[in-house]
Design a protein around this ligand. Structure first.
Ligand code: GLN
Length: 514
């Protein structure tokens, strides 16, 4: 099924992924393309509308990113945001210049509510601005539809041609009525109906996977994380027993996690697939013995994971397709979709196996954002504890143990972490913190328990609030909650006699504690 599509042309702005997310929240499928993508390629996607993003350059600089003006006469509605609005004006004969007063942050904008874009928006509304340049003169045929104290053209439009330009950023939540403006663009200007719904995504993916795979055999490395779990269930629904899921239990998972994964995907669970659990704990512990440096641990675990996986794949015999849980931000951040710098090349837990022969990789979640993956998981009936699982590093608890990893230390951090999570759940704090976990410091110190001297370990609790996981702040957990957690941990976890709370943000720390 071909969904209605809106294409975002990316000029390197900071918020470009947000634009696509907001459009999808309106129920319209949206893809990001670099400004280097030709008009023919964009037209081939049959878009209902195009959105031009912000960007760091100045449009009057000849070296800056541009686009063919033919876009504006292709009969496709276009919304230009910030840099995109300036580019639209300049390419169509308007004038852009350094602004006499720059605007940065929340700004009151007066809009013309007769504009389709501002239909139902308050006449005076707060918008997020971030610009040094401004539209000094709109292009011929354009009417000014919004202004601020410093900015005589905060928005301009030529509804006849379906062209709209806004100097502010409707995609960020600081723009109070931004989502309404984007919804107006996709529904009222582009005429979308809103056919991007998770139930239709799930149905059409299952049908497409079935068709693609035919009678082929499929192999999936299941980590128990959200992405690989949702990918596995999609495949299971599509091809059933042609799918084998290999779950490598490296012994570095959270308490009970291995059994939880088995309960869902194993023979006692609701899905009809082949499930192989490899209890490879000892192999990993042996390889990790005495290793202290976190990067070194990560490499060892990644390598070993691939080796174990390959061995299992050999036993299965012929493999036609290998499943990867790649999601849309991975695609964009690998520099394949938009314009953002290559932040990481995507790999599922340590790379691809080099000794498994397969025809092709299937990535059924390639077009989804994380929240959409979760919604698809719910749609597929995955249990909530799996769907809303916190981010968890591939190398698992090995990196939440400072210094050398031993089975005893793994047990300590598992128990402490389980208590922390239980108490947070009881306090309803999942809502307050975006991610939280316990780590085991390598520090031992003197304590006293039952009149006896102890010389034991300190557990560190880490809880952060963040929206994008790029920056984070320590979560302000209540003292009452922290002391309840502390007393349970020191009472219930042998060889722990102190509990510390990590008050550091990211930067300068990271969210993980390694
Ligand atoms: N660089 C342009 C300016 O300063 C556009 C900024 C943006 O798109 N956020 O006005």
């Amino acid at each position: 099924m071909q969904h209605e599509t809106v294409v975002v042309i990316d000029f390197g702005g900071q918020y470009n992924q947000l634009i696509a997310r907001r459009v999808r929240e309106c129920g319209v499928y949206c893809e990001i393309c670099s400004w280097r993508t030709g008009l023919d390629e964009i037209k081939a996607k049959n878009p209902k509308g195009v959105i031009l993003t912000g960007g760091p350059n100045s449009v009057y600089d000849p070296a800056s990113a541009s686009y063919t003006p033919a876009l504006f006469s292709a009969g496709i509605p276009v919304l230009g945001i910030c840099y995109g609005s300036q580019l639209m004006m300049q390419l169509l004969g308007g004038r852009v210049a350094p602004a006499p007063g720059r605007e940065y942050g929340k700004t009151e904008v007066t809009v013309d509510t007769r504009s389709l874009l501002f239909d139902g928006v308050s006449e005076k509304t707060i918008c997020w601005m971030s610009h040094n340049d401004f539209i000094a003169q709109p292009a011929p045929g354009f009417a000014v539809s919004a202004r601020t104290a410093n900015c005589p053209v905060a928005a301009a439009e030529d509804p006849q041609r379906g062209l709209y330009a806004v100097q502010f950023h409707p995609e960020v939540l600081h723009t109070r009525e931004g989502t309404k403006m984007l919804a107006n663009f996709v529904y009222k200007v582009c005429g979308c109906k809103g056919d991007w719904k998770m139930d239709s995504f799930v149905e059409s993916s299952i049908a497409a996977l079935r068709q693609k795979i035919g009678g082929g055999r499929v192999l999936c490395a299941l980590s128990g994380g959200v992405d690989s779990s949702v990918a596995a269930v999609l495949l299971a629904k599509a091809v059933g027993k042609q799918l084998t899921c290999v779950f490598v239990d490296h012994g570095l998972l959270r308490k009970n996690e291995g059994d939880e994964v088995e309960a869902v995907f194993g023979p006692a669970g609701p899905y009809d697939l082949n499930f192989v659990r490899v209890n490879a704990q000892q192999r990993f512990y042996d390889k990790l013995a005495g290793v202290e440096e976190p990067e070194h641990k990560r490499r060892i675990i990644g390598e070993e994971f691939i080796r174990v996986f390959e061995q299992e794949a050999k036993k299965i015999g012929r493999v036609d397709y290998l499943v990867q849980g790649t999601i849309y931000p991975d695609v964009v951040e690998s520099g394949l979709g938009g314009e953002s710098a290559v932040i990481k090349s995507h790999h599922n837990v340590g790379g691809l196996p080099d000794h498994v022969d397969f025809k092709e990789i299937v990535e059924p979640l390639r077009s989804l954002f994380k929240d959409e993956v979760r919604a698809a998981g719910r749609q597929l009936g995955l249990p909530e504890h799996l769907v809303s699982r916190q981010p968890f590093p591939g190398p698992g608890l090995a990196i939440r143990i400072i210094g050398a990893v031993t089975p005893e230390k793994i047990k300590m951090v598992q128990e402490a972490d389980a208590i922390f999570r239980e108490e947070m759940a009881k306090a309803g704090m999942g809502g307050g913190a975006s991610q939280y976990f316990a780590a085991l410091t390598n520090m031992r110190s003197v304590g006293v328990m039952g009149d006896e001297r102890t010389y034991d370990y300190a557990v560190a609790l880490r809880a952060v609030t963040t929206t994008d996981f790029m920056t984070a702040e320590a979560a302000p957990l209540s003292w009452e909650l922290l002391s309840a957690i502390t007393s349970r941990i020191v009472n219930e976890v042998p060889h722990v006699n102190r509990v510390l709370y990590d008050c550091t943000g990211k930067p300068p720390a990271t969210i993980e504690f390694e």
